[in-house]
Ligand binder design. Sequence first.
Ligand code: ADP
Length: 534
Amino acid sequence: MMDFPLTLRSMLERGEKLFPKKEIVSRTPSGIHRYTYADYGRRARRLSSALQSLGVKSGDRVATFAWNNHRHLEAYFAVPCMGAVLHTVNIRLSPEHISYIINHAGDKVVLVDEDLVPLLENVKDQLDTVTAYIVMSDKEELPPTSLSPVYSYEDLLQQGDPGFAYPENLDENSPMGMCYTSATTGNPKGVVYSHRGIFLHSLCIGLTDTLGLSERDSCLPVVPMFHANAWGLPFGAVWYGTKLVLPGPGPTPDVLLGLIEQEKVTLAAGVPTVWLGLLKSMEAGEHDTSSLRAVVCGGSAAPRDMIKTFETKYNIPFLHAYGMTETAPVALVSRLKSYQEEWDADARLDAQAKQGLLAPGLEMKVVGEKGEVRWDGQEMGELLLRGPWIADSYYNDDRSQATFSDGWLHTGDVATVDEEGFVKLVDRMKDLIKSGGEWISSVDLENAIMAHPAVFEASVIGVPHPKWQERPVACVVLKEGSEVSEQELRDFLADKFAKWWIPDRVVFMDKIPKTSVGKFLKRAMREMLKDTFA
Ligand code: ADP
């Protein structure tokens, strides 16, 4: 058979040619912007030609510093299709980490949304490799900025060639993009994606048994385009001609609900904190969410009770998925097997709350102290993954060895596998709580606490203890106007766990600190509460 290169060029060309009338909707500071895939293709080509005239060559890194919007989407294909490498910088990293990753990636050009310019101005004196800044704005005139040299995105596009031809002979193994993990300790680590990896990952998320992304969807990626490629949805959407709804700067739950209603969104994707926030707004008012065929949730464990609320109260199917920046990211999806759909409601929910089945194309092992674990839903081990969209190293980083050895990605996540092959994440290795020589899953406790009607959010951490090594402490945010005491919460858990699992303390907070991508920042909580038992 033909040895045909799997590159983004053919994905873009399919979107342009077969779906020229399909729409991309983008929320910008000046309102809702709409255009078609035909317009999109021409503008992406103009961007590639403009970048070429600025001296961008094959292999050069072009960074984006942007929200989820149509210009960011243009860069998603314009940069890789010309052979350059798209580096999506996480705008919520600290200034030190932003300058570290731009320097480490060696970014030559940075495309930046107008409202984010001040963040880049803060770090510009630390940037060693950037030769041009391109400001993306709806306005004709750019605001004054100390970034230099600076160009207007729209001016550059005007001069660009809408018929710019992409090379047909790109090597499928050449890099197309990169993304850094948000670091819990030390500097962020870079992952480089190949054309081939993203091509195959995009095919995978179109399968009915994974996310089933298709031309018929109206897809709302709430997950930022700077976080693990917005889970690959933009790549798949352009290929399949899916209507995309890009929520723009700082979307609130009400903005998201408005978009779902107006744009008849069928598939929306985000981390659990996004869905918890959405539920709060849904409970406060009337919203039409009937168009949703699924809400995709990943990034951290989806609380079982939240899944139940979506499905039973709002009739919105819930799809729990697992992945990492290192896995492009989709690796596991909790879509029930046909016969599991016949199970009783509780058993179905138990399965949905797991991270699910391995995506076709990947391989996995769960390895405990005595080798691969039994598939009994009990024995725990570290989840190891390999496959065509799994990274094989960190970019120029001597920390690679610890994560990538023996041909497997060592995820650092502890998991069990049940008889059906459903993987359940017990915890991140570093978040497991070790008490008196036994392990306690912070995730299981969080899940159970979040099922209490008064609780909005909960996060459980291990705190050093003089006798037990560590003991669990729960950090809890209550729903507005709700009340519950520490003892009542502990009593609520009493029949669900062994006595020694019950958190010794419950600390009520106004809000739980979050990471740059909306996960509970357990490091900060451990620091805050480290002397609880001293
Ligand atoms: P970061 O490491 O910066 O949080 P990633 O988004 O790459 O960035 O995080 C990947 C990690 O997120 C996984 O190793 C896992 O611990 C966690 N994770 C992702 N999806 C899930 C999920 N569905 N349930 C539980 N944990 C998850």
